[in-house]
Design a protein around this ligand. Structure first.
Ligand SMILES: Nc1nc2c(ncn2[C@@H]2O[C@H](COP(=O)(O)OP(=O)(O)OP(=O)(O)O)[C@@H](O)[C@H]2O)c(=O)[nH]1
Ligand SMILES: [Mg+2]
Length: 476
């Protein structure tokens, strides 16, 4: 306990000496004041969720500033249900029991692991100060100060920390940050704070460049909640499913589970790189080498930071909403103008009423257009400010003028080919099979060429690629 108290003192009594050296007040004013005040007017119905994700993305961005060794690294995030063995997997890959693992939910703070010549551990507290820690102290974070008899709640040091950074020579991937996250589901959600909830896990995984998703082998299948969660993640981020704790079932059963999960994810439309088996208890017996091969490939992949794309989602969704509202009001205005043009002259009350409706729709259109312009100017202010900060700390970020060029709708080739086929009457079974294999091939090739291809390729280019493939298919 005295060790915990000592760490607690350092977490809460920090003098702030190791604070951020960049001024974030301008950007935070935009995020917390200007954005909700302006965009909150006539906002899309899902604005609260979009705004939540946006703020979370900003928290991820801040982590890169707080721990500058993350800059330039590809992030591989580990996700999955609680106790699916994420932390044990990392310990086993590192050959070092650095992360706490337990039958109870044990990871309460997201932890980034990077390669470094020297071992260094630090945590970020609620005041955004850095607290240096010893590797042994990482284990203390998950443990509490004893459960309260009344509600069974336990306060842990994890409640006081935002994130952890562990640099170690045992982390073998020089260009990767491995991100251990708290399980997205908890056994008894009443007892766990919102801090560890599904939404946070989602933004953590969506900010990553690659995802390892853990499914315990003894579950025998992939849960619907996992499928729904995976589907809610950006489909462009490569995802490798790991059937973990493979030692807990018989080899024959394992083969069946792998086949079942492969077909389930395919049937449910979740695009995954592969489904492989692992055991931290018996690492040599399963697909360790294949998993490491994927991770090594990711270590050498050239990726683009996801920040700009993820920040843009909020602006894009608001713009799409304004556009659809403008379109609807425009249609109403056209219809009313049409009716009023031939309106019988003997019914002036009705005509007055329709005219006032028409004036209202014209006013609405003007207001929405003004909101759209404001939106663009806030987008510009936001990206100008964030670029300024990003430049100061060498985080890659496009110029504000380039933001509009980031593809709004990320088009996956399968969808493009499928819609092309149905529009062109090519949807018979034979073509469907061909279509699937070509799409898989295309997806695979493009993923190897450049993971972020779809972030930068305009949908026209993707469509042209798809059309070319269909031409080849028709020639077979
Ligand atoms: N038999 C077996 N048990 C394992 C394996 N991997 C993890 N475990 C056990 O499963 C439990 C949970 O492991 P963790 O590594 O803490 O799981 P986690 O996904 O990090 O859990 P949270 O951080 O709470 O979400 C622990 O008791 C581990 O000892 C494995 O490969 N085989
Ligand atoms: Mg864990």
């Amino acid at each position: 306990m005295s060790k915990q108290i000592n760490l607690l003192k350092r977490i809460i009594m920090t003098d702030g000496a190791d604070k951020l050296n960049v001024d974030l007040s301008g950007i935070e004013k935009i995020i917390t004041k200007k954005l909700p005040a302006e965009l909150g007017k006539n906002a899309p119905p899902n604005f609260p969720e979009l705004y939540f994700d946006f703020k979370q993305e900003y928290e991820r961005f801040k982590e890169f500033i707080l721990f500058e060794k993350l800059i330039g690294k590809n992030v591989v995030a580990l996700g999955g249900g609680f106790s699916s063995g994420k932390s044990s997997f990392l310990n086993s890959i590192l050959g070092q029991e650095i992360l706490p693992s337990d039958i109870d939910p044990s990871t309460s703070v997201p932890a980034y692991l990077i390669n470094s010549d020297e071992t260094e551990v630090c945590g970020i507290n609620a005041f955004e100060s850095r607290i240096s820690m010893s590797p042994e102290e990482v284990g203390l974070i998950a443990h509490g100060f004893g459960k309260d008899d009344e509600d069974g709640m336990e306060v842990t040091l994890g409640h006081l920390l935002y994130s952890l950074f562990i640099a170690s020579p045992n982390q073998p991937f020089k260009h990767l940050a491995l991100l251990d996250t708290p399980g997205y589901s908890k056994p008894d959600s009443e007892r766990y704070s919102a801090k560890t909830d599904e939404k946070i896990a989602r933004t953590q995984l969506n900010s990553a460049n690659f995802i390892l998703w853990f499914v315990p082998a003894e579950d025998g299948t992939i849960k619907n909640s996992d499928i729904n969660f995976l589907k809610s993640l950006n489909s462009e981020i490569p995802k490798l499913i790991i059937i973990n704790k493979a030692d807990k079932i018989l080899p024959d059963e394992l083969d069946e589970v792998i086949d079942k999960i492969r077909s389930t994810v395919q049937m449910k439309g979740v695009r995954v790189t592969d489904v492989l088996a692992y055991s931290s208890d018996e690492p040599d017996d399963y697909d360790r080498d294949k998993i490491l091969e994927h991770i090594r490939k990711w270590d050498n992949a050239v990726t683009e930071s996801r920040f700009a794309y993820n920040f843009k989602v909020l602006f894009t969704k608001c713009k799409e909403y304004y556009d659809s509202e403008i379109e609807e009001k425009q249609r109403l205005h056209n219809r009313l103008s049409h009716i009023l043009a031939d309106f019988p002259s003997d019914n002036s009350d009705a005509e007055d009423y329709l005219q006032s409706m028409d004036r209202e729709s014209v006013r609405n259109i003007a207001e929405l257009k003004e909101l759209k312009e404001n939106l663009h100017s806030i987008q510009n202010d936001f990206f100008t400010e964030i670029k300024h900060i990003a430049d100061a700390v060498s985080i890659e970020m496009p110029e504000p003028s380039e933001i509009d060029l980031i593809s709004d709708k990320i088009t996956d080739p399968k969808t493009v080919i499928e819609s092309y086929c149905s529009e062109n009457g090519l949807s018979d079974v034979k073509h469907k099979n061909l279509q699937r294999s070509f799409t898989e091939l295309l997806t695979e090739i493009l993923r190897d060429v450049k993971t972020t291809f779809y972030d930068v390729a305009s949908s026209k280019e993707t469509e042209e690629t798809a059309a070319l493939i269909i031409n080849i298919m028709e020639g077979i």
